[in-house]
Design a protein around this ligand. Structure first.
Ligand SMILES: C[S@@+](CC[C@H](N)C(=O)[O-])C[C@H]1O[C@@H](n2cnc3c(N)ncnc32)[C@H](O)[C@@H]1O
Length: 511
């Protein structure tokens, strides 16, 4: 067997052995998930293609593990000159065997924390890294402050306290790159959409020349054991030229993406959600109506404990609890198969599961006097409930938020590859049931409510229009997790374009 292939085989077997010695919790702490060989080779081949043919390669991997990228470099470098290769690994469990594996090669592995290493300035023209995906809440606050200060000094990047370790790696690595050097970072795509990613995106647009972002299809998870949706971000350490266009690719493989499209840097600067590219167009009109022009969108009620505060009719009857202290509430979306919720004469939803929310406003002593059975029920859970933040912080620990039912509710968590191809559903709620926080509730704004009053047909047409919103438009406002799980926060649903619904409502105004 050829030496390079033999080494890669050895490396994979060492990697598997080393991984087996660690629990997934331990590996999560240091973000220890290796890059698959095929992907590592595609990444290296691409990185090399971005550097001028005649340029010798000075390679750096700040989180090298057993050296998957270095191995891929040897496989793809051809007859180009490898001038230097360096890697950092903080964990000797991986670092020591990696050092041994590569000792007869030109790879210099330092067993040290990259974020504390002193940069050999401007040294490397090919930086490739799958940095540790350590979330901010696993970083001690002193450590966070140190990383923030150093990132600012290194690259002028002011990362927020919510940024994961991988963002700090990118900022700190800036100094290690030579002018016009190339970097390829395999990182979670989350930064493209969330607030803490803003500063990283600014860096990518202003401090360097962002060349390409390839995003993997989240339903095709790249790393068997890490539930993340990843992207490869490519940039060159040069200020961007005027009128610069960035390539966005998606799905398929890094080498042969399913879709790709150029997006101008100017448009990127105006767009908060980069994961809409390349599948979605650039937003055209800035003053098109959005859902928050028509609805107040709120997450459903946070009860403090659904198990304790939401009861079935049978349980209420069995415990002889007073029905007047309960109001109907929708079961979780997976138990609601129909999209339209009809009501009985009392306004209770007609569903296979009848659930009620304990919603009593009486102070405790009065409740005990008036409803002893309910008093006993509350006593049985009081100690546990009082240990929970939500119950503890309420003026009356069992008192629920004062909420009206809403005519439209949205299931805001789902998979894009579900049978319908739609991760989110809008339900038309004819009942007086409220919803828990597994739903988003859409309350028509007063000017809309006024026009809808006494017009059930229009209510239905609006509901149909909500369900006609293209799945991609909804998905591009929300966020996506590994395994293709899509989620939408109220303020993300609020941003979805509502042209058709707005037209419908405006037409009503002229009646
Ligand atoms: C996602 S893995 C990638 C490993 C390898 N480059 C690959 O692609 O297969 C990240 C590696 O970074 C190491 N690491 C975590 N924190 C580090 C730090 N502060 N400095 C250097 N290495 C670190 C972890 O131990 C782990 O081996």
């Amino acid at each position: 067997m050829e030496e390079r292939a033999y080494k890669e085989k050895m490396r994979l077997s060492i990697q598997a052995n080393l991984d087996a010695y660690k629990t997934s919790l331990e590996r999560n702490k240091l973000g220890q998930f290796a890059t698959p060989t095929v992907l590592a080779r595609e990444v290296l081949a691409y990185g090399l293609s971005l550097l001028p043919e005649e340029q010798g390669i000075r390679f750096l991997d700040p989180a090298i593990g057993t050296g998957s990228f270095y191995s891929a470099l040897l496989e793809t470098i051809g007859d180009r000159l490898l001038k230097a290769a360096k890697g950092y690994e903080v964990d000797p469990h991986y670092g020591e065997p990696a050092k041994q594996l590569w000792e007869d090669h030109s790879l210099d592995i330092e067993l040290a924390d990259f974020t504390r290493a002193k940069p050999s300035a401007n040294s490397f023209n090919l930086l490739i890294c799958n940095p540790p995906y350590v979330r901010h809440h696993h970083l001690e606050s002193d450590e966070k402050r140190r990383l923030q200060a150093e990132g600012r000094a290194a690259a002028g990047v002011k990362l927020s306290g919510l940024a994961g370790l991988y963002c700090h790696f990118i900022a700190l690595a800036h100094r290690w790159m030579s002018a016009s050097g190339i970097a390829g970072w395999l990182i979670p795509s989350e930064f493209m959409d969330v607030n803490y990613g803003k500063e990283l995106k600014r860096y990518l647009l202003e401090e360097v020349t962002l060349l390409r972002i390839h995003r993997f299809d989240p339903s095709d998870v790249q790393f068997d054991d890490a539930l993340v949706s990843s992207a490869v971000v490519w940039f060159k350490k040069d200020k961007p030229p005027a009128g610069h266009i960035v390539e966005f690719s998606y799905g398929g493989t890094h080498a042969a993406p399913a879709i790709s499209r150029g997006i101008s840097a100017l448009e990127l600067a105006n767009e908060a959600k980069w994961t809409r590219f390349p599948r979605q167009e650039v937003r055209v009109a800035l003053n098109t109506p959005i859902l928050s022009d028509l609805f107040d969108i709120r997450r459903g009620i946070a009860t403090g404990s659904n198990d304790f505060f939401i009861l079935s009719r049978e349980k209420i009857e069995r415990l002889q609890l007073p029905m007047e202290c309960f109001r109907p509430i929708l079961p979780s979306p997976r138990y609601v198969s129909a999209d339209e919720i009809d009501a009985d004469e009392q306004g209770n939803p007609i569903l296979s599961q009848s659930l009620f929310l304990l919603d009593c406003r009486l102070p405790e002593h009065e409740l005990m006097k008036r409803y002893p059975s309910l008093g006993r029920y509350l006593e049985s859970g009081k100690e546990e409930m009082m240990s929970r933040y939500l119950c503890k912080s309420r003026p009356i620990w069992y008192r629920q938020e004062d909420r009206r039912p809403s005519p439209f509710v949205c299931t805001y968590m789902g998979r894009g590859n579900s049978r319908s191809g739609r991760p989110f559903r809008f339900l038309l709620n004819h009942s007086r049931a409220v919803a828990a926080n597994t739903y988003l509730m859409l309350y028509p704004k007063p000017h809309v409510a006024e026009r809808l009053h006494g017009r059930p047909d229009t209510l239905r047409r609006i509901w149909e229009s909500l369900n006609n919103i293209r799945a991609e438009s909804l998905m591009s406002e929300g966020r996506v997790y590994g395994g293709g799980l899509h989620k939408m926060e109220p303020r993300e649903l609020a941003m979805v374009s509502a042209t058709e619904i707005s037209r419908l409502i405006n037409r009503l105004g002229s009646f």
